[in-house]
Design a protein around this ligand. Structure first.
Ligand code: FES
Length: 121
């Protein structure tokens, strides 16, 4: 993939962190797969489990608006603060930085050099 100024830059703050560019309207869950740090997604991306939950650190305005199903699930799980988003529902519209809560991601299955993301310090 070549670098494109119009592609949003997504950063996942994990134990080691991953960052890279994705197409606009890519979900955070899909972005995590592309960058080699796949979020858990027990319900298959159907807004019914919260295992894909992330905490937005910067760029909340650059994510798609939260819809009824996402807000309803977050409210039921007592995660109503605005920084909580479901990775399977939130789509990337611009640069964003999210923190992945401990235990919410799957260890990379490919070597760092083969992933599309870059390790951040
Ligand atoms: S994968 Fe289950 S809510 Fe996102």
């Amino acid at each position: 993939m070549t670098s494109d100024q119009t592609m949003p830059h997504v950063t996942f703050l994990l134990p080691e962190g991953r960052s890279g560019e994705v197409e606009i309207n890519t979900s955070l869950l899909e972005a995590s797969k592309l960058l080699g740090c796949r979020l858990n997604h027990d319900c298959g991306g159907n807004a019914s489990c919260t295992t894909c939950r992330v905490e937005v650190q910067m760029g909340a305005e650059n994510l798609s608006e939260i819809d009824f199903d996402e807000q309803d699930l977050l409210d039921r799980e007592a995660l109503s603060e605005p920084w909580h988003r479901l990775g399977c529902q939130a789509k990337v519209l611009g640069d964003v930085v999210v923190r992945v809560p401990k235990g919410k991601w799957v260890a990379p299955t490919m070597p760092q050099s083969e992933s599309q993301g870059i390790e951040i310090q």
